[in-house]
Design a binder for this molecule. Structure first.
Ligand SMILES: Cc1ncc(COP(=O)(O)O)c(C=O)c1O
Length: 449
């Protein structure tokens, strides 16, 4: 196993990183993930939950490519499965051994009896397919999703993004609606943590009654909002959405792109608040790094047209032999190595380490999470819960990075998502780095008063 990072902070970026980064910057288009631009380092290789840059600096990775690297980096069995398949056959949509075994395996695992799987290569693509399926089955065309939700950036789902990301990118698909998500920390609708669930459902019902034309095709929801900040809704939310969907003759689509495959300490996020979904979208940890995503649905629904017409839901790379081999290897390794259980245990350990932060630092507002999907809210004022300023957040991110810990602390809603293979030692290391950096920030805040 790779050793933990050195105890003296790194001088970053190192010379090799700087050279490679500036060569790339000359030709790469802007708009890549801000973590890469802020860090300015070039990674060379990974092992388990660690990454090593081209100057030899080692980092513990609490980001995992935003929940993609479920098996960590360069898992030997995963690498071998990919290499073996790459040497045999990579392209095409004919039946392959890998795809057959993958759909069989997913049929065993799938909740809600959703034993039919269609494969894609991007998350947004799978969500768009789910919307096409919902329209095909229901004959309706309106879609409601939630404030803070994220489902991809392509045209068909842009309107379902519950953030300002879509500003400047209109017009949006007609028939898209957004309603508040029951966040119990930053509580919408002037509700309280206890009343927020009822308030959000009542608001949703009113919205559907007044704003739509009564042709709701789908409610699209994340069981825990990942991009929104690892926000856990109150129990009962998903079943209440099921009731609303049923009243409107609509689909309930559960987007498990982030939550699926053990991220929340359960195989699927919706197991926390059991509900019957009509469709489930999967990705990220499903392929563990290979761009493969999917849409799970039922025997009853999968034949609806135009979704089910020949080539109606195909794509150039969806479920090709290499993609199928990658997803199959990822699921097998996940099950054989008990990664769902490891996620539950390591997530508890991480939160145990972070909870005392709420007393120790006046800028830590909230610690929460399920499995290895952890929420850490940084605030400038505990009473108002106003987010911590961006400049301080970026300093936290860079100081952690220099000490060998990769986080998403560059914004105030910090999401901590280590690979599911992370060890106790690495979790404890991460907590100790965060404590060291937060101590320094607290000292400065105290001095400034
Ligand atoms: C819940 C959810 N759905 C969909 C997507 C879109 O995935 P992609 O970036 O692969 O299009 C994401 C990406 O973060 C996501 O978190």
């Amino acid at each position: 196993m790779t050793a933990l990072p050195a105890s003296t902070p790194y001088a970053l970026p190192g010379p090799r990183s700087r050279a490679l980064f500036s060569r790339e910057q000359r030709f790469i288009s802007p708009g890549i993930q801000q973590i890469a631009t802020l860090a300015g380092v070039a990674m060379d290789h990974g092992q388990g939950a660690t990454l090593t840059d081209v100057d030899g600096n080692v980092y513990v990775d609490f980001v995992a490519g935003i929940c993609v690297a479920s098996l960590g980096h360069a898992h030997p069995r995963y690498a071998a499965a990919l290499a073996e398949q790459a040497a045999q056959l990579t392209v095409g949509s004919f039946t392959s051994r890998a795809r057959t075994e993958l759909v069989e395996t997913m049929a065993e695992l799938a909740p809600s009896g959703l034993t039919r799987l269609q494969l894609f290569s991007g998350g947004a693509e799978a969500v768009e397919a789910a919307l096409r399926l919902a329209k095909s089955v229901t004959g309706h065309y309106e879609v409601v999703s939630f404030w803070g939700g994220f489902h991809g950036k392509t045209g068909g789902v842009l309107g379902n993004l519950g953030s300002t990301f879509k500003h400047g990118l209109g017009p949006l698909t007609p028939g898209t609606f957004l309603s508040p998500y029951p966040d119990q920390y930053r509580v919408p609708l002037n509700a309280t943590p206890d009343s927020v669930l009822d308030a959000c459902i009542a608001f949703l019902e009113q919205k559907l009654a007044i704003e739509t034309t009564g042709k709701l095709a789908a409610i699209l929801v994340e069981p825990i909002q990942g991009t929104g900040g690892n926000i856990i809704p109150p129990l009962g939310f998903l079943p209440r959405l099921r009731e609303v969907a049923d009243r409107h003759g609509a689909f309930l689509i559960v987007d498990e792109m982030i939550c699926g495959f053990g991220r929340t300490g359960r195989m699927f996020g919706l197991e926390r608040d059991p509900v019957r979904a009509d469709a489930i979208t999967i990705g990220k940890g499903f392929g563990a790094g290979f761009p493969v995503t999917g849409l799970l649905t039922s025997d009853a629904h999968c034949t609806a047209t135009p979704y089910a017409l020949p080539s109606g839901s195909s794509s150039s790379y969806g479920g090709n032999p290499l993609a199928a081999a990658a997803a199959l290897a990822a699921i097998r390794i996940n099950r054989e190595e008990g990664l769902v259980e490891n996620s539950r245990r390591m997530g508890e350990r991480l939160r145990e380490g972070l909870r005392p932060f709420q007393d120790r630092y006046d800028f830590v507002g909230h610690v929460d999470g399920e499995g290895l999907l952890v929420r850490l809210e940084l605030v400038s004022d505990r009473a108002t819960r106003a987010p911590l300023d961006k400049a301080t957040c970026q300093r936290i991110f860079l100081e952690c990075f220099r000490r060998g810990l990769i986080t998403m602390a560059y914004g105030p809603s910090v999401r901590l998502n280590p690979p599911l293979v992370v060890t106790e030692e690495q979790i404890d290391f991460g907590v100790s780095v965060l404590r060291e950096v937060f101590d320094a920030i607290q000292d400065q805040r105290t001095e400034a008063r």
